[in-house]
Design a binder for this molecule. Sequence first.
Ligand SMILES: Cc1ncc(COP(=O)(O)O)c(C=O)c1O
Length: 369
Amino acid sequence: MTDQLERLNRLPLRTNLRGLRPYGAPQLDVPILLNVNENTHGVPADVRAAIAEAVTEAAAGLNRYPDREFTELRGALAEYLGHGLDAMNIWAANGSNEVLQQILQAFGGPGRNALGFPPTYSMYPLLAAGTDTGYVAGVRGEGYSLTAESAARQVRELQPNIVFLCSPNNPTGTGLGLDVVEAVYEAGEASQAIIIVDEAYHEFAHEGTPSALTLLPGRERLIVSRTMSKAFALAGARIGYMAAAPEVTDALRLVRLPYHLSAITQATALAALRHREALMADVEDIKRQRDRIVTELTRMGLTPASSDSNYVFFGGLTDPHRVWQELLDAGVLVRDVGIPGHLRVTAGTEAETTAFLEALERILTAHRG
Ligand SMILES: Cc1ncc(COP(=O)(O)O)c(C=O)c1O
């Protein structure tokens, strides 16, 4: 055990937090950062100017608490999502991580369990631990697939209170069919499970990919979670949101801290939503770079998973950690997600993607030579 863990364990820490490690993707000073699925294209100039103006205006009122119900922002997010949603269906917080935490605070807790299907987003078990919710790891099939039949059977057997379905899934990048969501929702009837579909990367999905938002009518236990950290290039601003039945937003109001969404955050989100044209054009370029990575890695003899997100999960590496290190030495930081033979890379700008592909090809050629 490390000194740090030993010192931590001498504190009267809650039992279920003992031995846990905090979320810790490396934050290194490297020229090309392709490791945490950020939007690599930056905030477009017109969006930056609109945010600066909106924040200046909001600053004049910072002596007052912000609108606790952030009604204008909820309306703008509903308008962005469409599907007949209105402000009553929307809730937001400081990143979708906080939205997920609030869902666990309201619907999880001691004596309750959440089910996830690893490999999936690494924060689910940590958020469960932080809210004293049990976390059960479900199983996937060949190539990390998840069928409606298998997912529904596991929900029927395990009777969870909450189910996490990540689509497109992090780290694999692959989307789930809506048949899986429908089957899991029905199977969760017996335990009255809250079904969360985490669509953090939905905007990067291939044209025509349906969203679980289409399934919301009549399903009051279904929650679709989204974020402005990815397509909207606002990871630093911390704005996540969800759409669900109005009674779900009422439940989250019971656990949120008063005024949790600052006036600066609300102003930033509203400005970005009003000026989203350039952001959506960047999303299209990111999708092109993502598809280019899949094509090029296949040509190099690797096995990239099909991706509906802004990153690519690829296998076929004999020593992924060594490749990760050599890419880092070449100034490119990607993610070692700890899955044998695999790495994950975020789609960069055209120049960043070229640098990654060229460095990787050099490394693979040297290893094979
Ligand atoms: C699948 C998934 N969900 C949620 C998040 C959290 O995003 P944020 O808290 O920035 O909205 C991430 C971040 O990488 C993610 O990959």
